[in-house]
Design a protein. Structure first.
Length: 56
């Protein structure tokens, strides 16, 4: 697993945990919420990475 993937995973975990703590997400919805958030964060990071590499 690359360092970017690890950062995406850690970031997603922190967001999901915070949402559970705040009561915005129930633990029963964890699986689908985690998966959706992970995909969204990964797409955002990879799109940003591609955009920055094309500007150079």
């Amino acid at each position: 697993m690359s360092s970017i993937d690890e950062l995406i995973l850690k970031t997603t975990k922190e967001i999901v945990v915070k949402f559970i703590e705040l009561g915005r997400l129930s633990p029963s919805n964890f699986h689908s919420a985690f998966k959706e958030m992970y995909q969204t964060i990964a797409e955002t990071v990879k799109d940003a990475s591609e955009a920055s590499s094309t500007k150079e």
